[in-house]
Design a protein around this ligand. Structure first.
Ligand code: SF4
Length: 293
């Protein structure tokens, strides 16, 4: 139904599974980015002093030198392992203190599909900023139906209406770093408390920032173990599995949105653009800060 509505809006019919092999797309029928001024971006950080992530777990897990060395050895040993083997290792090693955050991207859906077979009881959550696309929210329902996995929403302290009223309008228009901090990062810090480890859906070939991601490492920002089972996979491998296993995916990928975030900060990419060029278009911002240290 939604596919039909979106098709009507854009007139685009190519499936994402086919389109993944095309690095560029015609943009003539796609929504164009709004011209924006580029106000200086500020950085925001938590300074509450409270224990974060695994340090707040029961029992707490601390990044001692010995533990970090152990993680390095584990990461090296898993370098040639399949994503499924890495996930199995993560579950065996860290469950029930193992979790996953997802924005329902193609990589996240791939991991959810694998976890459904390996450990469907793994808690998974999504940061519901209040600005996500309807298609993204619908995908949560599809995951529930297909896998019986109920992805938990984690909400900011305020609704969109309250937030915008308190700030004289949408903050994403003037200071997306602050908006991401208030509606994603601070929520994620809270959600990460009490876990020893989480799965990340990043691939090394996605950006220079992600190129050095270990398979297993200590997430210094959130203070817990970060496991990236798809670090060595390519976009093509992800989409091959989605196609062969009929894994559900966000229909927006069929309409020129290779990377989907919040609706106001995501546009379709133009011919020749990087796959994340449609995020925070008009700002010197490429990451919400979740995966940068
Ligand atoms: S992606 Fe945009 S709307 Fe979403 S939290 Fe960040 S700035 Fe706000």
């Amino acid at each position: 139904m939604e596919n039909q509505v979106l098709k009507k809006l854009t007139g685009i019919t190519m499936s994402a599974a086919r389109a993944h092999s095309l690095d560029t797309k015609s943009s003539s029928q796609m929504p164009q980015p709004q011209a924006t001024n580029s106000p200086p971006l500020q950085l925001y950080s938590l300074d509450s002093g409270e224990p974060r992530g695994a340090l707040a777990a029961d029992p707490p897990l601390e990044p001692t030198d010995a533990f970090l060395a152990e993680l390095q050895r584990d990461s090296d040993a898993l370098e040639k392992a399949t994503p499924q083997e890495i996930l199995k290792w993560a579950v065996d090693r860290f469950a029930p203190h193992f979790t996953m955050a997802t924005a329902f991207g193609p990589e996240g859906m791939t991991i959810i599909h694998m976890l459904a077979e390996i450990a469907p009881e793994t808690p998974i959550f999504n940061l519901e900023t209040g600005y996500q696309f309807a298609e993204t929210l619908e995908l949560r329902e599809t995951v529930k139906k297909r896998y019986g996995i109920e992805v938990q929403y984690k909400y900011p302290k305020t609704t969109v209406q309250e937030y915008e009223a308190a700030n004289g309008g949408p903050v994403y228009k003037t200071d997306p770093n602050r908006c991401c901090f208030d509606r994603k990062l601070s929520v994620l810090h809270e959600a990460a408390k009490g876990w020893h480890a989480w799965a990340s859906a990043i691939r090394r070939d996605q950006s220079p920032d992600r190129a050095k991601a270990p398979i297993v490492g200590w997430d210094r920002k959130f203070q817990l173990v970060k496991i990236s089972p798809l670090a060595n996979w390519t976009k093509k491998e992800v989409w091959s599995l989605i196609t062969s296993e009929n894994i559900p995916y966000n229909p927006l990928h069929d309409q020129g949105f290779p990377s989907v975030g919040c609706q106001p900060c995501t546009r379709a990419v133009l011919a020749g653009e990087d796959e994340r060029a449609g995020r925070w278009s008009g700002f010197q911002k490429t990451e919400c800060g979740l995966h940068s240290s």
